[in-house]
Design a protein around this ligand. Structure first.
Ligand SMILES: [Zn+2]
Ligand SMILES: [Zn+2]
Length: 172
């Protein structure tokens, strides 16, 4: 979503309310096992502070991924509080020369590319690890079954020693 900020830029101190729900294509790339399953919802506002914009609000999106230990599919909702300063592009480049650490978002002209900012904020907020449950036991090393409560039979029976197997036949 591209936001027309023509009137906002003319109005120092002014605020523009934003309420949007949109499927963001950029979220489909380079995220490994994470797949976004709902449109992104954003509610907030953007304020003009002497030509610098401050974007505040809450972005929410649902995604599916798999448990790091057992591979079970899990659905999660990602909610991100957004509070970002956005500076005009040319000014930003000048400042960057003095301060290399300036990683603020930029806008150019009368357009604020809200998608790009939301995608960035969401992608960097995805947890590094995903577990289907806090104490997920992962997979059984013998049979590959998931060991979560409904454990496999491997522990009970165990692999049978061939020598004992022979003895069993003997006693029969
Ligand atoms: Zn798991
Ligand atoms: Zn097993």
């Amino acid at each position: 979503m591209k936001l027309d900020i023509t009137s906002l830029l003319k109005n120092n101190g002014g605020t523009l309310n934003i309420s949007m729900k949109e499927t963001l294509d950029d979220l489909k790339t380079d995220l490994g096992t994470v797949t976004f399953t709902s449109p992104v919802e954003f509610n907030g506002n953007v304020t003009n502070f002497n030509g610098m914009l401050v974007l505040k609000g809450v972005a929410e999106v649902s995604y599916s991924t798999v448990c790091d230990r057992c591979g079970e599919k899990i659905e999660r909702t990602l909610t991100v509080n957004i509070d970002e300063d956005i500076i005009e592009k040319n000014k930003g480049e000048e400042e960057t020369r003095e301060n290399q650490k300036d990683d603020r978002f930029t806008f150019s002209g009368n357009v604020l590319e809200l998608d790009r900012i939301l995608v960035d904020c969401l992608v960097t907020s995805i947890p590094m690890t995903h577990l289907c449950r806090e104490n997920c036991q992962g997979l059984c090393p013998l049979c590959g079954a998931r060991i979560n409560g409904e454990s496999c039979d491997c522990e009970n029976t165990g692999p049978i020693d061939p020598r004992l197997e022979a003895l069993k036949d003997f006693f029969n």
